[in-house]
Design a protein around this ligand. Structure first.
Ligand code: CTP
Ligand code: CA
Length: 226
């Protein structure tokens, strides 16, 4: 199929990729966040660009640098990421690889919180963040033709991810097992299962770069097939 599509099958196509964690402020010097190096999202953006796509890369504060050859839009919070993702449309496909904080601090302070000497810790109130994947997957004229989400799970990976695909309204989910025993979190390899409307396909454990290349190729095939 690669031979039939040629070396740059995504030339003239645009793809949105979200990546990295979001940082949700507690006060000007503190935040809450998910663990995410941004490595998998960065590799996917690079692989899509290598196939000729115009990539808009919306990234939170990640450890790894964004790839060359993509348009980088830097954000901090989930709400900023949603706004930037919407502004990056229309797109032929969207890959939502960000580890978005599920909650933000509702009572974040505009000035640095100080210990008051009483020994009592402050209480944080949380509010749920918007679900960027679900918003981008919602039917409408701006919806990309192919929306792909991730599901990092620690047990019953396929069952949870299959339910998540339906709940979010996206087309594909790349599910991975992030149980500590797998050593996936923070590592250079990933073991994923691609879940589509047709079922689940487990890929061998591969370098994150190779997972990205396979996914980019599958995206190119799906777009070519219409
Ligand atoms: N996601 C998103 N916006 C959020 C939360 C998640 O876009 N506020 C996206 C992630 O980028 C990922 C997918 O949704 O592609 C699944 O994220 P995950 O955290 O596994 O899903 P949740 O719906 O937050 O479920 P859970 O309670 O298991 O964390
Ligand atoms: Ca979550």
């Amino acid at each position: 199929i690669a031979a039939r599509l040629g070396p740059r099958p995504l030339a003239g196509r645009s793809v949105l990729v979200t990546s990295g964690p979001t940082h949700e402020p507690i006060d000007p010097v503190r935040y809450i966040a998910n663990r995410s190096s941004g490595a998998q999202g960065t590799a996917i953006a690079a692989a899509l660009a290598a196939l000729g796509a115009r990539v808009r890369f919306v990234t939170g504060p990640a450890e790894v640098a964004p790839p060359a050859g993509v348009e980088v839009i830097r954000v901090q919070t989930a709400r900023e990421m949603l706004e930037a993702a919407r502004a990056a449309l229309p797109a032929d496909a969207a890959v939502m690889a960000a580890a978005v904080a599920d909650w933000r601090v509702a009572n974040a302070s505009g000035s640095k919180m100080k210990k008051d000497g009483s020994g009592r810790a402050p209480a944080l109130d949380f509010a749920e963040n918007p679900d960027i994947l679900r918003e981008i997957s919602a039917p409408g004229p701006a919806r990309p033709g192919l929306v792909i989400g991730f599901a990092a799970e620690t047990d019953e990976v396929v069952a949870h991810a299959t339910a998540k695909r339906l709940r979010k309204g996206c087309d594909w989910i790349l599910a991975n097992d992030v149980s500590p025993a797998t050593g996936i979190m923070g590592g250079t390899e990933n073991a994923v299962t691609l879940i589509t409307a047709d079922g689940a396909e487990t890929w061998p454990r591969l370098a994150k770069d190779e997972v990205a290349r396979r996914l980019a190729q599958r995206i190119a095939e799906a777009i070519a097939a219409g």
